[in-house]
Ligand binder design. Structure first.
Ligand code: FAD
Length: 419
C-alpha cells in the first residue's frame, strides 16, 4: 500500500519505520530540512511511563489561577488573550479535572507508554540504534513532605495500573544519584525511582531511525509544506503542498501541534493545543558532578537528562498559541535550578536555550487511530510524552494500516472520545 506520513518528528518518523517494515511503500513529507527539527528537537529526553499522570487534576485550576500573574511560573496561561482555540481546549481540560477522569486518563496514557517502552527496547535490540540512551531509570525527587505524600499517592495508583516504583529516603536518592550530594539535606525529603524508565536524545534517535527507514526504502521529502488535505466520498484523495500534490492509499497525520490546522479543513476537530516548553543543553565540564540517572524535580517541574557529554534541563509550560519565541523569564528558572542542583556539573556558559510546542490534549492522552475518513489515520496529541509514546503509537498505526489488531486495547485513545 502507498502511505503518506505527514510530519517527520519522532512520531512520524517512527510510523514510517514500522510501515516500511510491514512492507508498505512510504513517503514522509515535512517542512523542515531534516527529521526531528521541531518539538522532537531538544526535549527532556525522558522515556517516562512514570509521568503518566495527566495534567488535568482536581487541584490544577486553583494552582493555575495562582500562577497566572507570575511570569516564571511552571504553568502559565492567560485566558484573557483573544484565543478561542485555547478557551475551547480549556473547557475540555476543566471537564477532566476530576479524580475519576485522572484515573481513566492515567490508565490510557500508561497503557500506551508501557507498550511504547517495550517496543523501543525491542527496536533497540533489533537495530542497535544509538541515541545517547541511558537505561538506568528515572528518579523523582521531592523537596517538601506534602509533595512527597502526593507523589506516593500517585505512585500507588500507577502501581495498580502496572508501573512499580521504589520509594526512597533522601539518603537513598543520593546513593542512586551521587551528583545530588549538593542538595541541602533539608531540601530533599525523598524520591520515587522508576527503575525501568529510560532517557535518550529524541532528535538523535529520530535522525538515526530515519536513516534506517531510508535504507529500507522510505522516501523523506523535506522542505515541503503541507497546505491541506482533500477528500471525496469518505476518503482522503490527495495532499496539497507548496510543491504540488501527492496521492496515496493511506495518510497518517503526525504533525504534532500543527495537526489540528490540517484536520480542520476536513471538518475534524482535533483538540490539540500547543504548550510551549523550554530546555537548555549545557556542556558537562565535570562528569562526576552531573547526573547519570535521569531526574525529575517534582517541586520545580523540571527534568534533567544526561545526553552524552551534555546535560539537558527541560520544563515549564505556557499556553500562549503557536509561537516559539524565547522569553528570558521562562529560561531563567531552568538555569537557576540546574545551578542549584548540579553546581559543579557545568560552567553554564553556553546554554543552547530552545523552545518547543508540546501537542497537548485536554486529557493528556494522545489521539491515535482511525477517523471518519477510511484512509486517514491520526498519530498526534502526545503532549508531554511524545518521545515516550512514539514507538508504541507508531506500531499501533502500522498495525491498523496493515489490517492487524494492535497489541494493546485502543479503548479511549481515539478521536471519538471527544465527540
Ligand atoms: C520542553 C519540552 C520537554 C519535553 N520533554 C519530554 C520528555 O522528556 N519525554 C517525552 O516523552 N516527551 C517530552 N516532550 C514532548 C515531546 O517532545 C513531543 O510530544 C514530541 O516531540 C512530539 O513529536 P511529534 O512528532 O508529534 O511532533 P514534532 O516533533 O513537532 O513533529 C511534527 C513535524 O510536523 C512537521 N510539520 C508541521 N506542520 C507542517 C506542515 N504544514 N507541512 C509539513 N510539515 C509540517 C514539523 O516540521 C515537524 O517535523 C517535551 C516537549 C517539550 C517542549
Amino acid at each position: 500500500m502507498k502511505v503518506l506520513v505527514l510530519g517527520a518528528g519522532v512520531v512520524g518518523t517512527a510510523t514510517a519505520y514500522f510501515l516500511v517494515e510491514d512492507g508498505h511503500d512510504v513517503t514522509v513529507l515535512d517542512r523542515q530540512p531534516g527529521p526531528g527539527l521541531e518539538t522532537s528537537f531538544a526535549n527532556g529526553g525522558q522515556i517516562s511511563a512514570c509521568h503518566a499522570k495527566p495534567w488535568a487534576a482536581p487541584h490544577v485550576p486553583a494552582q493555575a489561577f495562582r500562577w497566572m500573574f507570575k511570569p516564571d511560573a511552571p504553568l502559565l496561561f492567560k485566558p484573557w488573550r483573544w484565543d478561542p482555540p485555547l478557551w475551547k481546549w480549556g473547557m475540555r481540560f476543566l471537564r477532566n479535572c476530576t479524580s475519576e477522569r485522572v484515573h481513566i486518563n492515567m490508565d490510557r496514557t500508561l497503557r500506551v507508554a508501557l507498550y511504547s517502552r517495550a517496543v523501543l527496547k525491542a527496536l533497540r535490540q533489533k537495530t542497535n540504534i544509538q541515541y545517547d540512551q541511558v537505561t538506568n531509570g528515572i528518579l523523582h525527587i521531592y523537596r517538601t513532605t506534602a509533595e512527597f505524600t502526593e507523589g506516593k499517592t500517585t505512585a500507588a495508583q500507577l502501581k495498580t495500573l502496572g508501573l512499580p516504583q521504589d520509594i526512597l529516603t533522601a539518603a537513598e536518592c543520593v546513593r542512586v544519584e551521587p551528583a545530588l550530594k549538593h542538595v541541602a539535606k533539608t531540601d530533599l525529603v525523598g524520591g520515587l525511582y522508576s527503575v525501568d524508565d529510560e532517557s535518550g536524545d529524541a532528535q538523535r534517535f529520530t535522525v538515526e531511525l530515519a536513516k534506517l527507514a531510508s535504507a529500507r526504502g522510505v522516501v523523506f521529502r523535506h522542505n515541503v509544506t503541507v497546505r491541506r488535505l482533500e477528500a471525496a466520498r469518505g476518503s482522503v484523495t490527495r495532499v496539497i503542498t507548496d510543491q504540488g500534490e501527492e496521492t496515496a492509499d493511506a495518510f497518517v497525520l503526525a504533525m504534532g501541534s500543527y495537526s489540528p490546522h490540517i484536520a480542520r479543513d476536513l471538518g475534524l476537530d482535533l483538540p490539540v493545543y500547543p504548550a510551549k516548553g523550554y530546555s537548555i543543553s549545557v556542556d558537562i565540564d565535570n562528569p562526576d558532578a552531573a547526573p547519570t540517572v535521569s531526574i525529575t524535580d517534582e517541586t520545580n517541574f523540571m527534568v534533567f537528562s544526561r545526553l552524552g557529554n551534555k546535560m539537558r534541563v527541560a520544563g515549564t509550560a505556557e499556553l500562549a498559541g503557536w509561537n516559539t519565541a524565547h522569553e528570558p523569564t521562562r529560561v531563567a528558572p531552568l538555569v537557576r535550578n540546574a545551578k542549584s542542583l548540579f553546581p559543579e556539573a557545568s560552567a553554564y556558559q553556553t546554554l543552547n536555550a530552545w523552545s518547543g510546542l508540546r501537542p497537548t490534549t485536554p486529557d493528556s492522552v494522545p489521539i491515535l487511530g482511525t477517523t471518519p475518513y477510511q484512509n486517514l489515520f491520526l498519530n498526534t496529541g502526545h503532549g508531554t510524552l511524545g518521545w515516550t509514546m512514539a514507538c508504541g503509537s507508531a506500531r499501533i498505526i502500522s498495525d491498523l494500516i496493515s489490517g492487524r489488531t494492535p497489541e494493546i486495547d485502543l479503548e479511549g485513545l481515539g478521536l471519538e472520545r471527544f465527540a
